[in-house]
Design a protein around this ligand. Structure first.
Ligand code: NAD
Length: 495
């Protein structure tokens, strides 16, 4: 029997007001139906907001260390259900179990970090410019936070948003991506089991154009955090701008790994294989471009092609699988379109370029690891996010040219450089226009206690992770206490 899942609204698991559901299938095997999930409507969002406001009234008065204690228990529960969650995630979005275990671990790390932040959440106390006057800042919760998340990190990204939002005292409405509703459901179960007051968390499943849009447009949701494509982010940003909402955007990327002539080539090979084909190229930080210096270009390509050919495609739940399927048919269609575009624009298809078929692969959205060489800077393969297992190789003759290629795109999430020259490494940290630069490591591998995010059209200046995200989810309030017993006028009486 197919399982039917619910929303969590108003402190209860509830059917959607629409009475409609969508099906969630395993992308590695379309015959495997995971369940039916609510295709919610605007009325469900209305109910969620009303409930979250009641939850907020209680939660904002709960001391931050006590909120942190709840999140510590969340971390413990995630740890105890790590294998189960990894399996659920791989089944609904395809990446291999080693990667989904890492996804859960990121959630655990984020929970424990949030727990400790409950005992910090620092304000500042500074000297006043006037005698007998106290000047300090403190952090206050804001209200209801609407969190809209993508499919590729089904647990980690919701936790990056929800845990700091909750720790700061906000109530949360989570709208997970349509491809990964099961993982989000278990996350909410865990939050409740850990002791979060029921109306503090709401889970509303459904389509982005309906549920996501209704959350973004709701006047009683003053905080929106969105991770997804730059195109959807533009709509979210326009609406939030008009409505004066606090907004964090994490969007697309076109990340490059640079390999210079003096690099450790074995290390650089391991890095690009993991960066380009891990998560089937569907990470926001995936290595989409490989920038090779002339001297090592041909040798590196030969070795890379041999290694990429050996990657084993298959069901991520089976031992030995290196690369899982794409998440859905639309993603596979998009990758196929870029194969045509690459050829039309004169790049050389050196490996792959087709659906991976045969045996069990016929039932899923598998695509061969693909390498285009001879890609020119400025072409569409160099410029546009593909979000699949497609690596575009660009040949350069100098460090300056490599940096220019890295920076010559509208995105700016992650970059990587392989070199043994310490001067060049530090120049890269200074001059590459990205939110994250790795030296002698691939473009992927963010750690939960460090700020995460990108520049240019990847983000809007905020960061997730680390200490910075707590500033996004709290409002700074300043308090002055004048204990002089007289009127003291700042900037006037003291100068
Ligand atoms: P997407 O933009 O299609 O969807 C993201 C979320 O937005 C989903 O929950 C979706 O339902 C919702 N949505 C869709 N239309 C909406 C609307 N009109 N209003 C409100 N919400 C709406 O992205 P995706 O395919 O799930 O994820 C892939 C994209 O996410 C890639 O571009 C990738 O680079 C990006 N991404 C970025 C980061 C980062 O941190 N920079 C991390 C992961 C993924």
């Amino acid at each position: 029997m197919t399982k039917t899942f619910s929303n969590f609204i108003g402190g209860q698991w509830r059917a959607p007001s629409t009475g409609e559901y969508f099906e969630n299938h395993n992308p590695a095997d379309q015959r495997d139906l995971i369940g039916r999930f609510p295709a919610s409507g605007v009325a469900d969002v209305e109910a969620a907001v009303a409930s979250a406001q009641r939850g907020f009234a209680v939660w904002k008065r709960t001391p931050a260390p006590a909120r942190g204690d709840v999140l510590r228990r969340v971390g413990d529960l995630l740890a105890s259900r790590k294998e189960e969650l990894a399996d659920i995630m791989t089944r609904e979005m395809g990446k291999p179990l080693a990667e989904t275990r890492g996804d859960v671990q990121e959630g655990i790390d984020t929970a424990y970090y949030a727990a400790t932040e409950g005992r910090r959440l620092f304000g500042h106390t500074v000297p006043s410019e006037l005698a007998n006057k106290w000047a300090m800042s403190m952090r206050r919760p804001i209200g209801v936070a609407g969190l809209i998340t993508p499919f590729n990190f089904p647990l980690a990204i919701p936790t990056w948003k929800a845990f700091p939002a909750l720790l700061c005292g906000n109530a949360v409405i989570l709208k997970p991506a349509e491809d990964v509703p099961h993982t989000a459901t278990v996350l909410v179960e865990i939050l409740l089991e850990a002791g979060i007051p029921p109306e503090v968390i709401q889970l509303v499943h459904g389509m982005g154009e309906v549920v996501g849009k209704a959350i973004v447009e709701h006047p009683q949701v003053p905080v929106i955090s969105f991770t997804g494509s730059t195109e959807t982010g533009r709509f979210v940003g326009e609406t939030c701008g008009r409505m004066h909402k606090r907004l964090s955007l994490e969007m697309g990327g076109k990340n490059a790994q640079i390999v210079l002539d003096d690099a450790d080539l074995d290390l650089a090979l391991d890095g690009v294989l993991w960066g380009a084909f891990g998560t089937t190229g569907q990470r926001c930080t995936a290595t989409s471009r490989l920038v090779l210096q002339n001297g090592i270009h041909d040798t590196f390509i030969d070795r890379l092609v041999q290694r990429a050919k050996a990657l084993r495609l298959g069901d991520g739940r089976k031992a030995g699988t290196d690369v899982g399927p794409l998440v859905n048919a639309a993603s596979r269609d998009k990758v196929e379109r870029y194969i045509t575009i690459g050829r039309e624009q004169g790049a050389t298809l050196t490996l792959g370029g087709e659906r991976a078929t045969g045996g069990d692969l016929d039932h899923g959205f598998f695509f061969q690891p693909t390498i285009f060489t001879g890609v020119t800077a400025g072409s569409r393969l160099d410029q546009e996010e593909i979000f699949g297992p497609v690596l575009s190789v660009i040949r350069v003759s100098s460090v300056d040219e490599a940096f220019a290629v890295n920076n010559g795109v509208r995105y700016g999430l992650s970059s990587s450089i392989y070199t043994r020259d310490v001067n060049v490494a530090f120049r890269a940290l200074q001059d590459l226009d990205n939110g994250i630069t790795y030296v002698n490591a691939p473009t992927i591998g963010a750690e939960a206690h460090m700020p995460f995010g990108g520049v240019k059209e990847t983000g809007n200046g905020h960061r997730e992770g680390g200490w910075e995200v707590y500033e996004f989810y709290s409002e700074t309030k300043v308090g002055y206490v004048d204990y002089s017993g007289a009127l003291q006028r700042a900037q006037i009486d003291n100068y």
